[in-house]
Design a protein around this ligand. Sequence first.
Ligand SMILES: *[C@@H]1O[C@H](CO)[C@@H](O)[C@H](O)[C@H]1NC(C)=O
Ligand SMILES: *[C@@H]1O[C@H](CO)[C@@H](O)[C@H](O)[C@H]1NC(C)=O
Length: 650
Amino acid sequence: MVSFNKSFILTVALAASVSALVIPRSTQENVNEDPCTVLSSLNPSEVTLDHVANCYLAIPFDSEREGSFLKDLAILYDNFYVYKDLALTTPGAPFSIPSVDILADFDEIAKREYESAYDFHHDLRLAVARLHDAHSTYIVDCFRTYTFVQPIALYAPVVDGVQSIRVFSSDTEKDLSDCEVILIDGEKPDVHLQNWADKYTAFSKDPGVRLNFALATTIFDAKTGAFQPDLGIFQSRDFLPDKPSIEYQLLCPAENDEDSPSSLTVTAEYAVVGPTDGVQFKDVASFLESCAQPLFDEEIPPEEDMIEAAIRQPHLPHVDQQQKRVQIARRADSPPAPEFEHADNVVHTELCGFYQMKEDPSVGIVHISSMDVGSKNYGPFIEGLELLASKGVTNLIIDLTNNGGGLVQFASDVVAMFFNTPSVVQGSHAGDLRESAGVLQIGKADSANTTAETHYEPAGFVSAADGAPLTGEELYGESVQYTRGERSSDYTPLVRLNWNNNLNDTTYPWSEDAAKIKILTDGRCGSACGMLTDHFVTRHGVEVYAVGGYLGQPLSMFSFAGASVLSWKEISQFHMQLNIEAPMLVQAFAGTFNIPWFEVYSNGDSIPLDYSNDRYHPTYRLDFTPDNMRNRDSLWKTVAEQAWGKVTPQ
Ligand SMILES: *[C@@H]1O[C@H](CO)[C@@H](O)[C@H](O)[C@H]1NC(C)=O
Ligand SMILES: *[C@@H]1O[C@H](CO)[C@@H](O)[C@H](O)[C@H]1NC(C)=O
């Protein structure tokens, strides 16, 4: 029986927030004082949410400046966003997404009256987030100067066949770990979290994966090869929360047999982390200056890196530098990683860990935390695999949890290391470009200019059918019309990105045998990670275990799946390189405004992978538990047992 008679209010002490005093906006000490001056003069430990809000919201909205920026943003999406039409469609399970007409949404925002530039950009960010595609990014750097961190990290484990929202870890006086969350701000926790994740989690079209992104997890630690707690984006957000605290109603486990579980209410205030390194301001005027885009400070990548750079895909925004600082600060005093109970940590590199099951040494695990492995760095990856093979590993689990993508070439090459891949046609995804006026302008100019190198250059592509080189006329002179979301547009013929699979001829005990390879994912597998998974599954029949999401519900194997991404800045650089008139101005605000420019198709499919929901279903579903969420080796053990039989102690 559940008893609520021990209710009490717990005061939450925040390590990072010395002063929890909240100054209401209307009764600020001195109404005449510039709120950004107030903010800039505080010690970081004194900064509250309201200090930041007062400054952000004081940045005035300038209808001319913001209007012109939005007009150019719309030109960017109209011309270069490859899914303009597909975003109107609403594929079925495991997806749940609204139909989005992004240009109509921009038009709506253009008509609204704003007082602050922050509110304007926040609305645009949310409009872009509704696409649920992490390749489409809207980030204005100056409004990410601070991060707001909750002291309570949540997860959604299944215990005795029942799923609940629980505290994963807490930065509070009393350890609240594994208290059950009964209410969040008066709402059922799953409803509250899902609504929140649907609004703010752009990364996946699947609500279960969005939930995984919102909640806490553990991530690979390159220093130790162990897995460390990491906050989900519900706990750590880079935009203004709408109020200074969250109220949690918790039910905590009894401390001994005589006691009953205790119910408590926790008012959890945000700690403010920041400002970001290098951000300098002393008042509203200089804050606004810090928002402006410094013109082209970055070098154009040298020619030999062009192909790899062309197909580089973004990392999940939540593992960016700012966030890393938060995580590292929070873990500075945590004890060294303990040994795994069920696995030996064989060797680890910056991005990958190699492990062997203790109870069954025929099972090895490779965790790949990022696909950002250039071909020059394949050596340590291949050595790790060879070491596992030399220790008797014959069955391999590829752990792709929390892998935000990287290089498409690495995705193809990993598959080609295990399965014979004679050519680019067998080893890559077919794809195409939407032939807007803007794409044709760059494509044709680059076809005519032998020295310029842009992502639209015909030499960067080969024919999808036979891998033969393409002329500009073949790529941009012939088009195919597709009707998507009841709208018709022209696309290029099917092509592939041009590269050679140039791998050494290594054979592993698990080579050419899908039964000896299993993939583990939490759906937080983006971009090149999704393409790797799709190659393994669709072309080679490898089975996938997907963990997390909702009990009994489907869960996607990967999140933002294929495609390749370009920034507004890169597209502007193409116009400059080619000496052509740009349809839009260069971006006015410093930040990241990315669009997917190239869409890919799973083998034999007619819908681009990003929208092809049937290709997302994993072979098996697993649930998080209090044990396997904290101990990755328990999760590996479950996969090993289910895949290759009961693992018995030696
Ligand atoms: C292939 O082997 C050569 C010689 O051992 C080595 O230098 C090179 O890095 C290897 N390439 C890859 C992709 O592993
Ligand atoms: C061709 O591209 C190069 C390199 O970007 C540029 O310097 C040159 O002016 C371009 N040629 C023409 C005719 O536009």
